[in-house]
Design a protein. Structure first.
Length: 133
């Protein structure tokens, strides 16, 4: 069963996605902010990360940048309710796999997850702990 890490500061979004993804058979772990999300990532080693772009403290771009220092290959989907072409360009430069508007179709998110989880898996990179625990 594929494991998905959800990182979002909006509890209602976390709850909704958690319920929907579990019903689809995924193992789901959640974090309410970027720093906690990185801790969960290190501990759980998920197959896919879904992270909100706009969060207080550590935003989604910073989370993505830190994730890429830990693992260059785990697929990352950024969700945003306020995305701009510039934020999408920055996310793509940092290695985001998908960029999805929060007013998304659940089918589109489901299709993205299926595609990413069925893609050939590159070898896992060496785990580096660059952030304090």
């Amino acid at each position: 069963m594929a494991k998905i890490l959800l990182i979002d500061d909006e509890q209602s979004i976390l709850d909704l996605l958690d319920i929907l993804l579990r019903r689809k058979g995924y193992d789901v772990v959640v974090a309410g902010n970027g720093r906690d999300g990185l801790k969960v990532f290190r501990r759980e080693r998920p197959d896919v990360v879904v992270v909100d772009l706009k969060m207080p403290g550590m935003d989604g771009l910073t989370v993505l940048q830190e994730l890429r220092t830990l693992d260059a290959h785990t697929p990352v989907i950024i969700l945003t309710g306020a995305g701009t072409p510039e934020s999408e360009r920055q996310a793509r430069a940092l290695g985001v796999t998908e960029f999805v508007e929060k007013e998304f179709s659940l089918h589109r998110l489901g299709d993205s997850l299926k595609r990413l989880l069925n893609a050939p898996v590159p070898p896992k990179t060496q785990w580096v702990s660059s952030l304090p625990s």
